[in-house]
Ligand binder design. Structure first.
Ligand code: HEM
Length: 250
């Protein structure tokens, strides 16, 4: 099973590398290839379409102004489940693409225990055993996987409605569906903040594929060590020395 997924994923990566470009400049590392980036932006597109069409159904008195974008209230209601299905479909492919990197390890449990130091910014580099994804990213990934399962089950109940599943199942599904959307939305706000302003240099990984070495040794030191064979702490201190030497000369 594992190898079939890997074979499928490898084929897709090769195919997409032929269709698009990974742009990685000197002093940078390749982080996300074309296929991963394509899936991520498909996930984001269908997520926001499902979210905005869902808002109009969830709180029509507040979000009525969203519905004309989708051709009115009735059309919003008909399109929303299809946007949701597309979101779950692309996230399913993204899950296969990332599942190996998202495996929880002891390093992730340590990262969570150390969260206060990481967030306070006292320590400039993430803990040395932080790999390709950190524990926060993995936690969010698994939250989205769980959310997709909830959307799928409750979404089918809501789609078919009370005549098929009964009123109680529909009422419970409404609550779970909306709760899942609110939890995911909260996580996505944090995700967008961290991927743009919070951790500068991250967004380009999802635009053209490359990140600076400094970004890699700062946020994912174990991954930096794995791909370059260099010690991230030493690379950071050498860079600091070079900057200070440059400042003293000028
Ligand atoms: C405009 C909105 C978004 C931006 C700017 C954005 C940006 C990014 C970037 C730059 C990364 C790469 C992080 C890294 O390599 O360390 C990433 C990863 C990821 N994105 Fe997004 N993203 C957006 C929307 C979404 C949405 C809507 C979802 C799912 C509902 C999503 C799910 C993920 C996941 C699961 C990852 C991998 C783990 C992580 O970095 O958190 N993203 N995103």
């Amino acid at each position: 099973m594992g190898t079939a997924v890997e074979r499928f994923d490898d084929k897709a990566r090769e195919l997409f590398d032929g269709l698009g470009q990974n742009r990685v400049y000197e002093g940078e590392l390749l982080r996300h290839r074309v296929y991963t980036r394509f899936l991520h932006w498909m996930v984001a597109l269908w997520f926001f379409l499902a979210l905005f069409s869902g808002f109009g159904i969830y709180l029509p008195w507040l979000f009525r102004w969203f519905t004309p974008i989708f051709g009115g209230g009735a059309l919003s209601r008909s399109l929303h489940p299809w946007f949701g299905v597309a979101f779950v479909f692309f996230f399913g492919l993204q899950m296969l693409n990332w599942i190996k990197l998202m495996k929880w390890t002891q390093a992730d449990t340590n990262w969570m225990r150390n969260l206060r130091n990481v967030v306070s910014g006292e320590e400039k580099l993430e803990p040395p055993d932080t790999g390709f994804f950190n524990a926060g990213q993995k936690a969010q990934f698994w939250e989205i996987v769980g959310g997709c399962v909830v959307y799928l089950i409750t979404g089918i109940v809501l789609w078919a409605g009370a005549p098929v599943f009964g009123r109680i199942a529909v009422a419970i599904s409404y609550v779970l569906h909306d709760l899942s959307a609110l939890v995911m939305l909260g996580g996505i706000f944090i995700h967008i903040y961290l991927s743009t302003i919070g951790e500068p240099g991250t967004l380009q990984a999802m635009i053209r594929g490359g990140v600076s070495e400094a970004w890699a040794w700062t946020f994912h030191p174990a991954w930096f060590q794995q791909v370059t064979g260099r010690d991230p702490r030493k690379a950071y201190e050498d860079a600091l020395r070079r900057i200070r030497a440059g400042e003293n000369r000028s």
